[in-house]
Design a protein around this ligand. Structure first.
Ligand code: MN
Length: 191
């Protein structure tokens, strides 16, 4: 079973996370309603089991909570993927949401990189700072060993843009982690 269970405690956040690449229940409590909504969408479209409980320093703002969840989710993804043998590795997805259209292309290459090109027309979505999506994606990419490119082609509503980004990440991750072969998906012989 490709699963991982992690806990991480710092002076800023306390995180408990269980991830399964084989599916399962989704239960997310970060203290930021919109972030829960995004992570739930990501897990659902990613075909992932995800249990996540976070106590963050939200009296400061959401930055530590969102970035640290990205770190721990990325670490869990890396652990669950193991030696990455036989995975499809690459995937991409265009996802619209109402007036917004977003795109994700990714590669579980073990070469972390983020390209993020999405303007957010509104600075806040509920209690969630729109600028935190890029921080989350960077932390997730760096810690999971993912080359991740995301782009918003157009959109007027930051909720729709952000949701299309998280859904496209989920759809692409679901495809990329599928085991379709037996060897390592690299001409180098190792990922
Ligand atoms: Mn929504």
């Amino acid at each position: 079973m490709r699963t991982a269970q992690l806990t991480r405690t710092t002076k800023e956040t306390d995180i408990r996370l269980t991830l399964s690449l084989e599916g399962g229940g989704v239960d997310v409590h970060t203290g930021i309603g919109f972030f829960d909504h995004m992570l739930t969408a990501f897990a659902f479209y990613g075909g992932l089991g995800l249990e996540l409980y976070v106590q963050g320093d939200l009296e400061v703002d959401g930055h530590h909570t969102v970035e640290d969840v990205g770190i721990v989710l990325g670490q869990a993804m890396k652990e669950a993927l193991g030696d990455r043998k036989g995975i499809r590795r690459f995937a991409s997805a265009f996802i619209p949401m109402d007036e917004a259209l977003c795109f994700t292309a990714l590669d579980f290459s073990n070469r972390p990189f983020l390209v993020f090109d999405a303007e957010m027309p509104q600075p806040m979505i509920g209690a969630y700072d729109s600028c935190l999506t890029e921080e989350f994606m960077r932390a997730f990419a760096v810690n999971s060993g993912l080359t991740l490119h995301m782009k918003c082609y157009y959109g007027k509503n930051a909720h729709h843009i952000t949701e299309a980004l998280f859904k496209s990440l989920g759809v692409a991750v679901k495809e990329a982690v599928q085991i379709t072969g037996t060897g390592v998906t690299s001409t180098k012989g190792v990922l």
